[in-house]
Design a protein around this ligand. Structure first.
Ligand SMILES: Nc1nc2c(ncn2[C@@H]2O[C@H](COP(=O)(O)OP(=O)(O)OP(=O)(O)O)[C@@H](O)[C@H]2O)c(=O)[nH]1
Ligand SMILES: [Mg+2]
Length: 215
């Protein structure tokens, strides 16, 4: 029996991602896809970035979660342009979901869209959303071995953020080990140490976002 397979899932996703990329380029919008394990601080990073930049940059947010509007409600207190995607159990966002979210947002006036992907260091890695930049957010409380255990997440990224550095003094996290493992996987990638609580290192992150907006 011969079964015709017209397109595989990844080819379809690539086409949709290119469509998103073209649309955003035409409108002059920068899209950043933020990936992390659950609880590493994606929503905190987005909220603090809005607080710091929204006086000069018009920001939109796409929130990806398996269920609930918990995170998007918090962001809605800060900005108008928030779209929630509930994946209904799927452990990552894909480009079609983002395409539908973009239809619901008036992207014309927006400079920057931050996408909070579903908290997971495995599934989201393989799905291009049409983003201009991808950021991996790791955190001190997860431990220093994440690059060893989830290498692909650290290879396919433009920036690594290590969050919750205010907790370093209370943990056995070995920054030199973490950094060495990231460097082995991705020698070119910048690694910034930040805290969404104390705001330590936050200027470097904001500078990176602003530079990305200029290119
Ligand atoms: N100490 C400390 N706590 C932080 C920091 N950033 C975030 N948190 C806390 O970590 C917890 C999880 O943060 P979120 O921003 O909700 O994490 P998330 O990645 O969006 O989580 P999910 O959406 O569930 O995947 C919250 O209690 C935050 O207040 C930080 O830099 N330092
Ligand atoms: Mg969140």
């Amino acid at each position: 029996m011969k079964i015709e397979v017209i397109e595989n899932v990844m080819q379809y996703n690539s086409k949709e991602a290119d469509h998103n990329r073209k649309l955003l380029k035409k409108k002059g919008v920068l899209m950043i896809n933020i990936l992390s394990a659950p609880g590493a601080g994606k929503t905190s990073l987005i909220m603090e970035t809005i607080q710091e930049l929204s006086n000069k940059v018009k920001i939109g947010v796409i929130e990806g979660d398996i269920s609930s509007t918990h995170d998007s409600e918090k962001i809605k207190n800060l900005i108008e342009d928030v779209v929630q995607i509930n994946t209904g159990g799927t452990c990552h966002l894909n480009a079609s979901m983002v395409a539908r979210a973009l239809e619901k947002m008036d992207v014309s006036g927006i400079d920057l869209i931050m996408v909070e992907n579903v908290g997971n260091l495995i599934c989201p890695v393989g799905f291009d959303l049409g983003e201009d930049r991808r950021v991996i957010l790791s955190s001190v409380s997860e431990g220093d071995d994440k690059p060893v255990k989830y290498p692909k997440a650290f290879i396919k990224t433009d920036l690594v953020l290590l969050n919750k550095i205010d907790l370093l003094a209370y943990s056995d996290f070995d920054y030199n080990f973490f950094r060495k493992k990231v460097d082995e996987l991705n020698p070119e990638v910048p690694v910034f140490r930040i805290s969404c609580k104390s705001k330590e290192g936050f200027d470097q992150w904001l500078e990176w976002v602003e530079k990305s907006l200029m290119h």
